[in-house]
Design a binder for this molecule. Structure first.
Ligand code: 5GP
Length: 131
């Protein structure tokens, strides 16, 4: 069975897409720790990030950088935190989270409440900043 993220890539489950290329897909986390919290996934469905082919993993980080630089331009923050957990969804993903302090990346924190319009607008604004 396909992962929920593969279904998102295929458009079978909706998401707020930030960007995609041939190999990767970026979209807003539906339960953001901070506004702009974005997930980067490979289109190839592999559960554990360190099972990815070496080259693909390196390319995933380069793609993540591109998106992180765009998020920074839209969301005021100290920097973009990079987190990998993978405990919930068995499809490798990198969390990009705009942070001001260490406390901002605690996954036990209450999540940001955002409506559909806010999500849509944010995804579009980040997309426009990608170089
Ligand atoms: P992890 O697997 O790294 O522990 O966490 C998975 C992350 O994916 C969580 O932050 C969760 O909010 C996010 N997530 C889970 N299901 C969906 C979904 O259907 N859409 C989106 N946009 N994010 C999801």
């Amino acid at each position: 069975m396909s992962s929920i993220f593969t279904k998102i890539i295929r458009g079978e489950i909706p998401c707020y897409k930030v960007a995609e290329d041939e190999k990767f897909f970026a979209f807003l986390d539906i339960n953001p720790l901070k506004k702009g919290h974005t997930l980067i996934i490979p289109k190839e469905e592999v559960d554990y990030i360190f099972d990815l082919d070496e080259d693909l993993l390196a390319e995933m980080m380069v793609f993540s950088r591109k998106i992180a630089l765009a998020i920074e331009k839209v969301v005021p923050c100290n920097r973009i935190g990079v987190v990998v957990l993978g405990l919930e969804v068995p499809h490798a993903h990198i969390h990009l989270i705009p942070i001001d302090s260490e406390a901002d990346v605690r996954f036990s924190n209450p999540r940001e409440q955002m409506n559909e319009e806010e999500f849509k607008d944010l995804a579009e604004r980040i997309n426009k900043q990608i170089i």
